[in-house]
Write a protein that binds this ligand. Structure first.
Ligand code: G6P
Ligand code: ZN
Length: 544
């Protein structure tokens, strides 16, 4: 094998965000751009001939080109073997599953998650380690540092691999296995959930609609929902992955999955259960007939009922949630007598807790839920756990939610996003909030008294590392709160996220409309942060 050394110069903007490096496709298409980043990863992780690398992505535009580049570079950098999903496809949770099952040293996941795809849209590269999870901060920092000093990248002279044919080929002496992207993951699901019980419920009339949003989960959902569980064909909608996701945002929220939402709210047409997943298959939207379940509530309800699924029958070791996620799960953890961890935003913060056996279920308000079965959030896993619970309880989503709130109280919750704000203005808003923090306690806004306010800082209980400035929390007496945070995943300007949560205890007003219950908090958030004054915006762009 002859290794070819390409001279290069650093790009200064390759700092990985919440979830890897994300930029516009055209940015990634600059000469050396993707190569520099991939080389920086390889320089940091130092492969040897015994190492296996998993490569796959969500099928978006530019996926195949970067996969071919990465395969040649992996050969030049000393990997012994590459596993790549057929068609270049691997959902993020499936990539995590494949890394773990095949003992790979890591994987490159090519995705910009729920961001739109196409020549003028977004692309991304993320490195996951041997545990199947996103590289921890010390690794992403080392990768970033390496991108700033890189002066060459390595490749080999080799033809493109035929990504569409399952089988084994060699590239400059390195083995490349093109694998079925679905099978390993689907088998894992079958080991966790009571497929026979779900099949019986389906035969008994349980119906559902799953919107794959023309993104990566189409093949996974067809296999598991329609083939293995027997849901009628047509249950999976938009099930063919497209490079531009059909021109839509593959983001399973109430705005971008509105068609599904409207179907679920139609008393005549709605099936019993509705769900959707995002570009790379790690997020989920859960909607029952006539009821949207917030991601925070979904985590809590799944945790309270997980023992009904065989994979979790022994009980949960703990629950973990990101800080902006509502405290609904905390109440379940308390009821179960297990710990609940509050981490910064970003799935990577759950990795240590999962590896150490301290948490079994994790979830985020950003529509991510998962467990220790892999080291990523897993959209269809959440759907299957819900289906298992529906089959075991024989009750509707609405009944399960009502009973849950009657037992634990209800955390009314919404997130308001102000998108593509000029970064400088967003920074000024956050700086002003930080400066105001010491004086907030004891003040009243819209009739709500501030009990405490801080900038969230996390100390990882496993490795002792700390992550500061992870969002501003304003806690009111009675358990309500507002959180302010700048998104770490956007590609244009800054996105301000305002997370609103009001706790209504057992015996309180548990069946009200969320906007009504949050009106005071919305007004308080505006007074505290001066959103209109700083950004010129008087209403959020997206409410989820
Ligand atoms: C990605 C990560 C999630 C995280 C989310 C937050 O999806 O995988 O773990 O919750 O980004 O995004 P934000 O835009 O709020 O930083
Ligand atoms: Zn995603």
């Amino acid at each position: 094998m002859t290794v070819i050394t390409h001279p290069t110069t650093p790009f200064t903007d390759q700092k990985p965000g919440t979830s890897g490096l994300r930029k516009k496709v055209r940015h990634f298409q600059q000469p050396n751009y993707a190569e520099n980043f991939i080389q920086a990863v390889f320089d940091v992780v130092q492969a040897d001939p015994s190492a296996t690398l998993v490569i796959g992505g969500d099928g978006r535009f530019h996926n195949r080109a970067v996969i071919q580049t990465a395969i040649r570079m992996a050969a030049a950098n000393g990997y012994g073997r590459v596993l790549v999903g057929q068609g270049g496809i691997l959902s993020t949770p499936a990539a995590s599953c494949v890394i773990r099952k095949h003992g790979a040293s890591g994987g490159l996941i090519l995705s910009a998650s729920h961001n739109p795809g196409g020549p003028d849209e977004d692309f991304g590269i993320k490195y996951n380690g041997a545990n199947g999870g996103p590289a921890p901060e010390n690794v992403t920092e080392a990768i970033f540092a390496r991108t700033l000093e890189i002066d060459r990248w390595l490749t080999v002279e080799a033809a493109d691999v035929d990504l569409d044919s399952i089988g084994t080929v060699t590239v400059a002496g390195m083995t490349v296995d093109v694998i079925d992207p679905v099978a390993d993951w689907a088998d894992l699901m079958e080991s966790l959930f009571d497929f026979a019980a779900i099949r019986a419920a389906v035969a008994d009339g349980l119906t559902m609609a799953f919107d794959a949003m023309h993104a990566v989960t189409g093949p996974y959902a067809h296999e598991v929902l329609e083939r293995r569980l027997g849901f009628a064909s047509g249950t999976v909608r938009n099930g063919v992955p497209l490079e531009d996701f059909g021109g839509h945002h593959p983001d399973p929220n109430l705005v971008h999955a509105k068609v599904l939402y409207d179907l679920m709210m139609d008393p005549e047409m709605a099936p019993a259960f509705g769900a959707a997943s995002d570009g790379d298959g790690d997020r989920n939207l859960i909607v029952g007939k006539g009821i949207f379940v917030t991601p925070s509530d979904s985590l809590a309800m799944l945790a309270a009922n997980a023992h009904l699924a065989p994979g979790y029958a022994a009980g949960l070791k703990g629950i973990a949630r990101s800080m902006p996620t509502s405290a609904a799960a905390d109440r379940v953890a308390h009821g179960l007598g297990i710990p609940c961890f509050e981490t910064p935003t970003g799935w990577k913060f759950f990795g240590n807790l999962l590896d150490a056996g301290m948490a079994t279920l994790c979830g985020e308000e950003s529509a991510g839920t998962g467990s220790d079965h892999v080291r990523e959030k897993d959209g269809l896993w959440a759907v299957l756990l819900w289906l298992n619970i529906l089959a075991a309880r024989g009750e509707s989503v609405a009944e399960i939610a009502r009973q849950h709130w009657a037992r634990f109280g209800r955390n009314y919750y919404a997130r308001h996003d102000y998108e593509a704000i000029e970064s400088a203005r967003a920074d000024v808003l956050m700086a002003a909030l930080m400066a105001a923090l010491p004086g907030l306690a004891g003040q009243s806004y819209s009739g709500l008294e501030v009990e405490a306010a801080d900038s969230f800082s996390y100390r990882d209980p496993v490795d002792g590392s700390t992550s500061a400035n992870q969002g501003v929390r304003v806690l009111f007496t009675g358990g309500s709160r507002v959180v302010f945070r700048l998104s770490g995943t956007g590609t244009e300007g800054a996105t301000l996220r305002v997370y609103l949560e009001r706790y209504e205890p057992v015996g309180g007003n548990l069946a009200a409309e969320t906007p009504h219950m949050l009106a005071d908090l919305i007004a308080a958030a505006e007074s505290i942060a001066g959103i209109a004054q700083h950004t010129g915006r008087t209403a959020p762009d997206v409410v989820t």
